[in-house]
Design a protein around this ligand. Sequence first.
Ligand SMILES: NC(=O)C1=CN([C@@H]2O[C@H](COP(=O)(O)OP(=O)(O)OC[C@H]3O[C@@H](n4cnc5c(N)ncnc54)[C@H](OP(=O)(O)O)[C@@H]3O)[C@@H](O)[C@H]2O)C=CC1
Ligand SMILES: C[C@H]1O[C@H](OP(=O)(O)OP(=O)(O)OC[C@H]2O[C@@H](n3cnc4c(=O)[nH]c(N)nc43)[C@H](O)[C@@H]2O)[C@@H](O)[C@@H](O)C1=O
Length: 348
Amino acid sequence: MKKNAKIYIAGHRGLVGSAILNNLSDKGYSNIITRTHSELDLSSQIAVSSFFENEKPEYVFLAAAKVGGIVANNTYRADFIYENMMIQNNVIHQSYLHDVKKLLFLGSTCIYPKNAPQPMSEDCLLTDTLEYTNEPYAIAKIAGIKMCESYNLQYGTNFISVMPTNLYGPNDNFDLEKSHVLPALIRKIHLAKLLSEAKYDDVVKDLGLEHIEEAKAYLETFGVSANSVEIWGSGKPKREFLWSEDMADACVFIMENRNFSDTYEADQKEIRNTHINIGTGKDISIKELAETIKATVGFKGDLVFNTDKPDGTMKKLTDVSKLNGLGWTHNIELKEGIHHLFNWYLNK
Ligand SMILES: NC(=O)C1=CN([C@@H]2O[C@H](COP(=O)(O)OP(=O)(O)OC[C@H]3O[C@@H](n4cnc5c(N)ncnc54)[C@H](OP(=O)(O)O)[C@@H]3O)[C@@H](O)[C@H]2O)C=CC1
Ligand SMILES: C[C@H]1O[C@H](OP(=O)(O)OP(=O)(O)OC[C@H]2O[C@@H](n3cnc4c(=O)[nH]c(N)nc43)[C@H](O)[C@@H]2O)[C@@H](O)[C@@H](O)C1=O
């Protein structure tokens, strides 16, 4: 990519998109185009077609998607499959029609089977049944990988797919119901600590409410009180977490250095090596994660595990040997990242 190449980041205000925008700007890319969701609804075929016709981007980072944690995925199943399929169909197809030189599609490691051999290498895609809680989202992401592969093979495009592990960082979603575990636990445990210190003004301000009784009742529905915080599931599942700015760096590295033909082994008919995992290769149990966050926040109460909530996949550690072999490794370790994100949350 030349420094003045016209680059479109779809989803530039999200967790990953905002980090990609900063990474590209820091590296001197000067011709980046963006649209907010309200300016351009990527699920509208007409709107996306006219955007590509008018703007003609040369490179596309597809970081816009319907995203959420385990309960959001499980509850809004139709929205997750519909919106993700619409966004990726429109952006990938218009990128082909308008001769985009390279596109990076962001999938997720939930594309791999629920009981995939660990660590999960790229070639275990489509070898077994998926985890049910996020099956619609995973199927949309698998369709995205296969769409990129099919356009490359039929039309000679250069569309690359990456599969990130669980991500966290600045501009994360801290919604108590719909977010992922790491930001959710930072906020819940922080609010519990504020309650335990009777810092009621800070609690109501954080929640955007007026009265502390209302705030306490609301938090009670999420199992947050001055004495304890509810953790969904058994605490036994393991997850791998990557700092979003590392993720953005990996995305830019791959866009700068890789081509579709480098990732695809066309002669291997059964093993279609069409995508690259992005992660750290290290995981931690949810219980250990919650304890680490509790120590970072300085909360003295209890962690209570609610097994009525889903555990999801018990383990999904990525095999990052392909990515590491290309010369990229992550920079921020989990403890440091949790510390950064807690400070970011306090100062936002
Ligand atoms: N976060 C994670 O842990 C992981 C994320 N991923 C993938 O990484 C990518 C980025 O995720 P992340 O940054 O976390 O997601 P975010 O939810 O933080 O950001 C997604 C962005 O997409 C925008 N968007 C959503 N729908 C539309 C639409 N119809 N039209 C235009 N814009 C839209 C959102 O705008 P608005 O908010 O205004 O709707 C938001 O800015 C996604 O493909 C996701 O699947 C993969 C693995 C893990
Ligand atoms: C990135 C990935 O994200 C989703 O999958 P997930 O990894 O299961 O995501 P999660 O972060 O929501 O949960 C991780 C674990 O943590 C537990 N957990 C405890 N307490 C809270 C809690 O308070 N909130 C949440 N969200 N989880 C909690 C929770 O029960 C689970 O065992 C996919 O749907 C899919 O979108 C995807 O690709």
